[in-house]
Ligand binder design. Structure first.
Ligand code: PGA
Length: 231
């Protein structure tokens, strides 16, 4: 199973080092049959990658060019050098707040693959799209832009479930995961209000290969409880 912690714009370098200490302590002596990845802010990538034991780190975004006049952007080569082996692409917050499109998601995914980063590509429908019965169409459209590469990981994150405390139902998750797996042969993670109280049930759903966790991953003990809830 995959357990991915998306810290979003949270934690300084100092805070991420304390977190690393705690999660190392919790995981010590545990069997590591899972893939665990933490996505800190760019500034903490390097130090976190040096402090964690048996956990990978990833970037929350990249730009698709390697270098050049792109003020404020960061390239796949730079995050690799800082220790990242994964990258989140197309998170709904980037789509909604920062103008990310299916086209830019595609370019970034291809660039990540070219530079040896595993892209964790986020897709999902809004509440309006779900209520209009358009979920499957939206997912299909988003999937159309995703490279069919065996390194790709998909995260299904219904927008209305992110940071709201309202996760999708088991039936809703199972239906979408089944649909995605019919189109692309990739691990499919669920994301959206996963916590240690609902993770056991969510991770037990057919077609769920792990979770992308935001808010609940900010606390090392809570993140560890989610990992432990996997059967
Ligand atoms: P959440 O965020 O767990 O806080 O809902 C998930 C995500 O945005 O990846």
């Amino acid at each position: 199973m995959f357990f991915m912690a998306n810290w979003k714009m949270n934690k300084t370098i100092g805070e991420s080092e304390s977190y690393a200490e705690r999660i190392n302590e919790l995981l010590e002596g545990e069997e590591t049959k899972h893939t665990i990845v933490i996505f800190p802010p760019f500034t903490a990538l390097r130090s976190l990658s040096e402090h964690l034991k048996g956990i990978s780190v990833g970037a929350q975004d990249i730009y698709y060019e390697e270098s050049g006049a792109f003020t404020g952007e960061i390239s796949p080569i730079m995050v690799r050098e800082a220790g990242a082996s994964y990258v989140i692409i197309g998170h709904s917050e980037r789509r909604r707040l920062f103008g990310e499109t299916n086209e830019s998601v595609q370019k970034k995914a291809l660039s990540a693959l070219k530079h040896g980063l595993t892209p964790v590509i986020c897709i999902g429908e809004s509440i309006g799209e779900r209520e209009a019965g358009r979920t499957i169409n939206i997912i299909k459209e988003q999937l159309g832009y995703i490279p069919k590469d065996k390194k790709v990981i998909i995260a299904y994150e219904p927008l209305w479930a992110i940071g709201t405390g309202r996760s999708a139902s088991s039936e809703e998750i199972e239906e979408v995961h089944r649909f995605i797996k019919g189109i692309i042969d990739a691990p499919v993670l669920y994301g959206g209000s996963v916590n240690s109280r609902n993770s056991g049930e969510i991770l037990g759903i057919e077609g769920v290969d792990g979770a992308l966790i935001g808010g609940a991953s900010l606390d090392a003990d809570e993140f560890f409880s989610i990992i432990k809830s996997a059967k």
